[in-house]
Design a protein around this ligand. Sequence first.
Ligand SMILES: Cc1cc2nc3c(=O)[nH]c(=O)nc-3n(C[C@H](O)[C@H](O)[C@H](O)COP(=O)(O)OP(=O)(O)OC[C@H]3O[C@@H](n4cnc5c(N)ncnc54)[C@H](O)[C@@H]3O)c2cc1C
Length: 579
Amino acid sequence: MKHLKISLFIALVAAALLMNASAAAFTAGTYDATAAGRNGDVTLHVTFSDDAITDITTEHEETPGIGLDAIDALIAQTLEAQAVPADTVTGATVSSTAYVTALSDAIAQAGGDPEALVGEAAPAAAEAIEYDTEADLIVIGGGAAGMTAAVTAHDLGIDVILLEKSGVLGGNTPAAANGVNAANAQVQLNDAQYVSVGASVAGLVELQTQNELARENLARAFAENSGEVIDWLSDMGVEFSVDIQEDPRNPVQNYYMLKAEADGSTGITMTRAVQNALNERGITVYTDMDATELTTGPLGVVTGVIATDANGQQVTFTGRAVLIATGGFGHNPELLAEANPKLANATTDEIAPTSGEGLIMARAVGAKAVDLEHIQTFPVVMDGYGMVTPNKLPGGFGVSAVIVNKDAQRFTAEGFEIGDAILAQPDGAAYMLFREDQIAPDMQNIINAGYVASADTAKELGEALGLDGNQLQATVDAYNADVADGTDDAFGKQDPLPLEGKLYGFKYGVGAHYFMGGILIDESCRVLNENEEAITGLYAAGEVTGGFHGSQRIDGSGIGDSFTFGRIAGRSIADTLAE
Ligand SMILES: Cc1cc2nc3c(=O)[nH]c(=O)nc-3n(C[C@H](O)[C@H](O)[C@H](O)COP(=O)(O)OP(=O)(O)OC[C@H]3O[C@@H](n4cnc5c(N)ncnc54)[C@H](O)[C@@H]3O)c2cc1C
């Protein structure tokens, strides 16, 4: 049923795009084209007949759950519509852009006109699409928490519909590059070294509750259930290893960390496993379905969700329980500024379009929110691209770069912890400028993908970046004259390098990265009201919740939170509905 409806939607899109196909004329053959994607090159092999695109195969390293699924969807769309997709897949902009660039190149090589083949956005469907709208459980959000809860509840006999706002599943979870915390997973218990350091449920509770705002009941629920989640994923074929590197800043933590890097990173591997489980079970999933409001019945019992599809069609889903698993709110600047005014100028590195609707919907039905002001930031989030880790930056975090504001003026000694100085700039924007010999090897792909400007002079670079070129030239000249003797008199930067030769630069900001606070839940993932009593029918799990981390997230407990509380939620809902 679900596939029928999705096919109907694709057919409507195709009909809207087909108008260009009849005009197309190609030199038949297969043409290869490459463009830089998020993780490396995206290569397409596009086969043309005299008047049609007949096949597209691809090689790339895009992230499963984000780029990989987006490229698969774009290929299907291109072949059906015989058009260059007009829109990127929500949540996968970098991969979509690489796909469109490579496809356009192949069309041009085949003698076609890529611009004439760009499809128009699909008009609203002539007839309303008929969705399945009733299930035991409606899950809002298709990241780790939502997918884990959906699969868990399904396996306990619960009928589930999952709604995802973006075009792809996975949410922010595949972005998690580090490991995951757990206690007493079988793979840990099998490891003599792990056992010898005394890692245990009690140890993990102690670690989680080091922060005074962290709630003990949630830390305990996490510690007691985290090992079983790892065992569950191991049974699905995920291979975890125990990571016992010692972290001098926190000697306890890394004893608990597990890694699963078969698909590239722990976040990707774990997301892929639970997404496969969701697909294998045929659980009903509606992507591009934006939930906006909860429905309630007598006594405030939550009875369902109102959502809007890609055509603007409003759909009411009803269930005996609703789970909110919508992640953080990095893409909602107003909410960000309200929660923590210091972040009024922040951007975000969240790869999914997480805008806080889950939190807003829950508060509208009386949910209590806690610790909202506690938001972790990431110091370098490049415009259009996202989080840029130190291995990609000149000198690591840009310490060998020159950094200016929108007025093309330096404002601080370039260094490691300058986030507050950037946030204090009028628009929170900074521009990192660096020399060719300072390009870190891992930056090259981002340059190839077109996210970094380059020029032979500071003036031209400034113009390419949308700054006042003359002012930037003056700033760079003054800086170079100042540091000629090896010291930065203006700001006291350590080991300043003159900015000379071919220059590179990009715009960036400080990113809201992880939301410690959110909807208060109990240890069964029931959403609590201001009196800390459960709101009947409403559950929440993952980053949208608060109370577990307190004011500081421990590395590895971000995805740990989402998978573990997702599993707790699935079980808890199944138990309650069985009663
Ligand atoms: C760049 C980056 C790196 C990270 N690295 C790490 C790490 O190394 N280790 C770690 O532990 N954690 C890390 N994290 C944090 C971790 O990835 C997240 O906390 C975790 O994945 C959140 O999972 P979730 O399921 O709660 O939410 P998400 O994965 O964010 O999923 C929420 C989903 O809900 C959907 N949604 C939102 N609103 C609606 C709506 N109204 N209707 C329908 N759907 C909606 C979103 O589109 C999204 O798909 C990182 C986060 C980022 C952004």
